[in-house]
Structure formats: structure tokens, C-alpha cells
Design a protein. Structure first.
Length: 499
């Protein structure tokens, strides 16, 4: 493990810092700051929990206008679902941050050129292993520095203020959307839908659909580095990234931002005739035949006329006035409904002119909590799965403090979760994946916010259980004590806010 050192001193408006990287200084006012250090000169702009950082050069080039683009859609088969491209969405919602991301991603990849050239030059030395190893070392050392330099210039860094409770509330909603859709056995992107009148040869279905399997998973998009862990979904050629303040759409190197206030999410339950593997979490509502007669029975004129199940699925449709149309189909109807409710909450926050306060005094900020349990959207934070997973995240936050998780810590976490839940299967599943649960500061705060809104009575038990896990190895390490103090302070702040 490498050693690190850091110390900073404030001298009026100037802050001087020293670390193992070198000596640096920064100055500025609230919302804008200039930093000078061994890595270069950076300008940081921030407001309301969002922070944007860019590196200054010797001369600022003139802004480059995006080329005009006119697209003539090809003659697609009737029924194809057309959605606006990322370029068209970007033109409808320009943003300075997107321009910087776009510029960085499209910068020339010098490392790729270097790797190609050095590989070609190394081929003649393959016959002589000692010489090849020497050449590989000769090219590898500068290649490492070229790779880091190239990655730095091609990466946009976006920072969110995780001390801002308003932003944490939005982050919790975004993470809940991604996590809810990830917990379905099957998730598809619908790219084709067409009504049909030939029900005899289509198992009695009234519409034909084309779909591709996809998944919801944590992680950012290429070219974007964040200090939070967002969720993303691939839909055809596009990728969706759920950020607290906007939805990012990526397609073939093009990026666009969609405000949640402009996004309409619609849910609809459907009955689907499944011809592939039946998802383990779907509900069967009936059966039909591959070829049916007028009465609904099997058509005897066809050989191998097999029986097909009719399953209950959920469909989520995302649309904007700019032309985006994305349809997701889930094997669990309740998961799709819950995702729609969460997206509607984000949309309402934007449309109501939701103002994010400065994080200088978080105890004075009251987040948008329901006035009473009866005012909550049905099924939003009443989901026992989400509550239990949030509790497991807080326990993992403490257990992973010293970067190792013992069997005793897992055993105590399992015992506590078993007392909190009446579903032993869910507890077993969480414990089986306990070590892979997210455990960053932002994840812990998001989980704490969900618990404070959905099950505040569990917080004292969780704090007591967290202390028990920290002392599972016979003593509480300084890092564990630090995280326990953080967790206690966050819980007290949330309690004061809710009060």
C-alpha cells in the first residue's frame, strides 16, 4: 500500500495545500475557484450541488460550432419505433458541459496511434525473446505516461456535492430507478411494434413486436468521470445515464442532456405471448397455441403446433417533445410501475421549479417529504426490497471500512437483516452478494435518505447493528470509528430535517 500525505492552510482568500503530488494553491469566491498545482491550472464552477471542472491552456481556442446536420430517415418497415438521435436531442438542449464532453471524447486518440506503431515496430523482434522484452520495456514505459495523458485529455470530470441533501434526494431517486429495473429477471428494449390481423398464424396476438434484451447496471458512460455511481441502460444504439439533475443520452460519440421536467414516463401492463425462455419472476395468466383456429383452440392443419404461455409484463414508455421515444419491457409489472413513479417524481421536481439550496447549512433544509404517509405515491418507498437493500448498504458501509469483510461481520449483518425482514429468501440473496454491494459515501447517504423516508423507525436498530459489526473482530478500528461517526451524524441531520 502506498503512502500519501496532504495538508492545507488558509491564508485569507488564498488556500495553500501540500501533498505527495506537490504544492498547489487556490483562490476564488463562492461558486467559482481557480486552482494551480502540479497537474496544471483548473477552473471550478459550481452551484446547487453540481460542480464542473475544466483545465486551462495557454491560449483559449475559439469555440467551434457544430456542423449543420440534416438527416433523411431511410424507408423503414412499417412498425419500426423511431426515436430522435443523440445529435438531434443535443441540438434541442445545448449545454456548455455537453460541449466540453463532446470535444474531449472526439479528441485524437494519440495512445491508440502509439500502440499501433509500437506493435508494428516490435514484430521483427518476436523471434528473439530477449530483444523483444527489451523493446517491450523500451516502448512500455513511455506508453504508460502517454496512456494517462491521453486518458486525461479525453475525459470530462463532473463532480456533485454529496453534502447537498437536495441533490442526495434526487440521487436516491435515480439509483432507485436503476436498481428497480436491475432486479427484474428480464428487461427488453422494444424497437418494433405493429398491429396484425392475422391472428391465426400469430398465436392470437393483436400486435407483433421486435425486442432486444438489455439490462440496468451501475456505471458511467465512456468519456465521463463522476464522483458518484450512477445507473445506465443500453437501448439499441443509445445509452441512457441517470444523473441527479439530467438524463444523459449517448449514441456513437454524441451526447445529449434531457431534463427530467421534459421527460414523460408512461406505464402500461400488457399480456405477452412468450416464445422464448420464461423469466423466473413473471406471472403466467393463460396459454395459447402457436397456430390457433377461430375458437381459440389449436389449428390441426399445422404440425408441431406447440402451446405457448401468456405472461403478464410491464411496459415503460419514455418520450420527449424533442422526439425521443424509448420503450422498455420488464418481466415484472410492479418493477416497471415503480420506475414510472420514480421518474414522475423527478419530473415533478423540475416542473415545480425545484430550487436546490446551498449546502452551507443542511440542517435548515427540509427536503420534499410527504406531509403524511397517506400522501405518499403508492408503492414508492413502501417497497420492502428497497428498504432492506438500503439497510444492507449501510451495514456494508461499516463492514468495508478497513477494506476487508470477515465472516463474523457477514454473520452479524445477516442476523440483523433477518430481524428486519419477513422474507428469508431476500435476506439470503443479499448476504450472498453482500461483498459486492456499493459502499461509497454517496451510496450510504442515498440509502440513509431512503430509510429516513420509508422506514425511519429502523434507523436506531441499524446504528446499533453497525456498531456491533464494527466490533465483530474484537475491536473498533479508527477507520470503522470514523465511519460510525459519519453515519451517526448523517442520521441526526436527517432526523432534524424530517422534524
Amino acid at each position: 500500500m502506498g503512502l500519501s500525505f496532504g495538508r492545507s492552510v488558509k491564508l485569507g482568500p488564498l488556500r495553500v495545500s501540500a501533498s505527495t503530488w506537490g504544492i498547489g494553491a487556490s483562490a476564488g469566491v463562492k461558486g467559482a475557484r481557480v486552482s494551480v498545482g502540479p497537474r496544471g491550472t483548473y477552473v471550478t464552477l459550481g452551484r446547487g450541488g453540481f460542480r464542473y471542472q475544466t483545465k486551462l491552456k495557454g491560449a483559449t481556442p475559439a469555440p467551434r460550432r457544430m456542423p449543420e446536420f440534416r438527416s433523411t430517415p431511410p424507408k423503414l418497415e412499417q412498425g419500426m419505433i423511431q426515436t430522435a438521435s443523440a445529435l438531434e436531442l443535443a441540438e434541442a438542449s445545448p449545454h456548455a458541459v455537453l460541449e466540453d464532453i463532446q470535444k474531449r471524447v472526439h479528441r485524437f486518440n494519440w495512445f491508440k496511434l502509439y500502440a499501433t506503431v509500437t506493435t508494428i515496430l516490435s514484430v521483427p523482434f518476436l523471434a528473439a525473446p530477449p530483444a523483444f522484452l527489451f523493446v517491450a520495456f523500451l516502448f512500455g514505459v513511455p506508453g504508460f505516461f502517454i496512456y494517462r495523458w491521453n486518458r486525461d485529455r479525453r475525459t470530462a470530470r463532473l463532480y456533485y456535492d454529496i453534502d447537498n441533501y437536495a441533490l442526495i434526494e434526487r440521487l436516491a431517486l435515480c439509483n432507485a430507478i436503476g436498481e428497480t429495473l436491475s432486479r427484474t429477471a428480464s428487461l427488453w428494449h422494444i424497437y418494433f411494434s405493429k398491429e396484425t390481423t392475422d391472428k391465426k398464424r400469430n398465436a392470437g396476438a393483436g400486435a407483433l413486436v421486435g425486442r432486444t434484451p438489455t439490462s440496468s447496471h451501475p456505471g458511467s458512460l465512456p468519456g465521463i468521470e463522476l464522483n458518484i455511481e450512477p445507473w445506465s441502460i443500453t437501448v439499441g444504439p443509445q445509452q441512457l445515464l441517470f444523473l441527479p439533475d439530467r438524463l444523459i443520452v449517448h449514441e456513437n460519440g454524441q451526447f445529449a442532456a434531457v431534463a427530467y421536467g421534459e421527460l414523460t414516463a408512461e406505464f402500461s401492463p400488457i399480456q405477452f405471448i412468450e416464445t422464448e425462455k420464461i423469466p423466473t419472476d413473471s406471472r403466467k395468466v393463460g396459454v395459447t397455441w402457436r397456430y390457433v383456429n377461430k375458437s381459440g383452440g389449436p389449428d390441426r392443419r399445422f404440425n408441431n403446433n406447440r402451446q405457448l404461455p401468456i405472461l403478464e409484463y410491464g411496459r415503460l414508455t419514455l418520450t420527449t417533445q424533442a422526439g425521443m421515444t424509448i420503450i422498455l419491457q420488464s418481466s415484472r409489472e410492479d418493477a416497471t410501475r415503480k420506475a414510472q413513479e420514480l421518474l414522475s417524481m423527478l419530473r415533478d421536481l423540475d416542473r415545480q421549479g425545484y430550487v436546490r439550496p446551498e449546502p452551507t447549512a443542511p440542517q435548515q433544509y427540509a427536503p420534499s417529504l410527504p406531509a403524511s404517509p397517506s400522501d405518499e405515491p403508492p408503492g414508492l418507498f413502501q417497497d420492502s426490497d428497497l428498504i432492506l437493500r438500503s439497510a444492507a448498504t449501510l451495514l456494508k458501509f461499516i463492514a468495508a471500512a478497513d477494506r476487508r469483510i470477515s465472516d463474523e461481520e457477514i454473520s452479524r449483518a445477516a442476523a440483523l437483516l433477518a430481524r428486519l425482514s419477513s422474507d428469508p429468501v431476500e435476506v439470503v440473496e443479499l448476504i450472498a452478494h453482500f461483498k459486492s454491494l456499493p459502499a461509497s459515501d454517496a451510496d450510504a447517504r442515498s440509502a440513509l435518505l431512503i430509510l429516513s423516508q420509508g422506514a425511519p423507525s429502523l434507523l436506531p436498530q441499524l446504528l446499533e447493528g453497525a456498531t456491533s459489526i464494527a466490533s465483530a473482530d474484537g475491536r473498533i478500528t479508527p477507520k470503522e470509528q470514523e465511519r460510525l461517526s459519519l453515519l451517526t451524524g448523517w442520521a441526526e441531520s436527517v432526523t432534524q430535517v424530517s422534524a
